[in-house]
Ligand binder design. Structure first.
Ligand code: UDP
Length: 339
């Protein structure tokens, strides 16, 4: 027995796909989640410790009650736009929440940690595709909080010998290829699910946030990466830590392929066979024009290869999930006051 993998935010979008990948590779998992944004149904029966990362005592008790071998940390607030208007919420959840986990690890001697980090830590880098050695200069509070998390890992390594891998995701997208689980946010702000909802006639139109960017078609370019490929990278990070010391390591996870907002809309039209109405709107604060990542480092060091790399496959898996579960997990609640 190698012990349990504690997955914070395991009921969320990327977390639940990683829980599935861990269980399919024969691991014991325990999800730590307060279900404020995640979904019990996304766990597919995985055990849950229901509580908040911000509750220090609760987090500590979870570590004391289980033999935890490693921690995968997904629980975080992750909306660029909201982080600009409500930064306190981001610093509280994404920095204080992470510290509560790390402190409980130090106290109970757990040494292995995988962080959900983000390309938003780079800000607007001068070179594309983005490699891990480029300076991290976030331009929004979301990116800033994740960069602080990376600093915490560096410093907890020095002080306490904590080993970590930070995975800097580009734009997570798609759904489990068998459509058992998928993306379900309330409110939904991400481009691909919004465009799919328009194709499903559940929304009237999609607003394109800016068409005056310095890109080929004037709309923002992002590097979409399949959520199942992200999950696989987490399992590989764990294996690497089990094999030997990794110290403090960071990897980009993208496809080195840029897709514009208009290209996403066209791909959804192609996959769904439906027309998608779009309306040009203003830029969204905090949005860099272009973010494309090189994943050469994780490919070379951990043997990661995207299995669902192209945008059409990504959209096809998302479409399948949304067609199967048009209401998502069916547990939508009215938007709660922000904690
Ligand atoms: N976007 C858009 N309309 C929407 C939602 C998103 O034009 O209704 C754009 C957004 O400005 C960004 C891209 O789509 O350039 C991806 O945004 P998303 O929120 O999905 O991910 P982010 O890049 O913020 O992590």
């Amino acid at each position: 027995m190698t012990g349990t993998i504690l997955v914070s935010g395991g009921a969320g979008y990327i977390g639940s796909h990683t829980v599935l990948a861990l269980r399919e590779s024969g691991r014991d998992v325990l999800v730590l989640d307060d279900l404020s944004e995640g979904h019990a149904a996304a766990l597919l029966g995985a055990p849950l410790a229901n509580g908040s990362m911000l509750d220090r005592e609760f987090v500590r008790d979870v570590f004391r009650a289980h033999r935890i071998a490693a921690v995968f940390h997904f629980a975080a607030r992750c909306y660029v736009g909201e982080s600009v208007t409500d930064p306190g919420r981001y610093y509280r959840h994404n920095v204080v929440g992470t510290m509560n986990l790390l402190d409980a690890m130090v106290e109970t001697g757990v040494k292995r940690f995988v962080l959900s980090s983000t390309c938003a830590t780079y800000g607007e880098p001068e070179r594309m595709p983005i490699t891990e050695d480029l300076p991290q200069r976030p331009i929004n509070p979301y990116g800033a909080t994740k960069l602080i998390d990376e600093w915490l890992l560096r410093d907890y390594h020095r002080a306490h010998g904590l080993e970590s891998v930070a995975l800097r995701y580009f734009n997570a997208a798609g759904a489990d290829p068998q459509a058992r689980i998928g993306e379900d946010h309330e409110p939904e702000t991400h481009l691909i699910p919004i465009v799919i909802q328009v194709a499903q006639a559940r929304r009237e139109h999609v607003t394109v946030f800016g068409n005056d960017y310095p890109t080929q078609d004037g709309t923002c370019i992002r590097d979409y990466v399949h959520v199942t490929d992200l999950a696989d990278a987490h399992v590989r990070a764990l294996l690497a830590m089990e094999k030997g010391s990794v110290g403090v390591r960071a990897y980009n996870l993208g496809n080195t392929a840029g897709t514009s907002v208009l290209e996403v809309i066209r791909t959804v039209e192609q996959v769904s066979g439906r027309r998608v109405k779009s309306v040009m709107g203003a830029r969204r604060p905090g949005d860099p024009p272009r973010l494309v990542g090189s994943s050469a480092r994780i490919q070379a060091e951990l043997g990661w290869q995207p299995r669902f790399g192209d945008i059409k496959t990504i959209v096809e898996t998302a479409w399948r999930w949304h067609e199967r579960r048009p209401d998502g997990y069916g547990d939508r609640r009215p938007t709660t006051a922000h904690g």
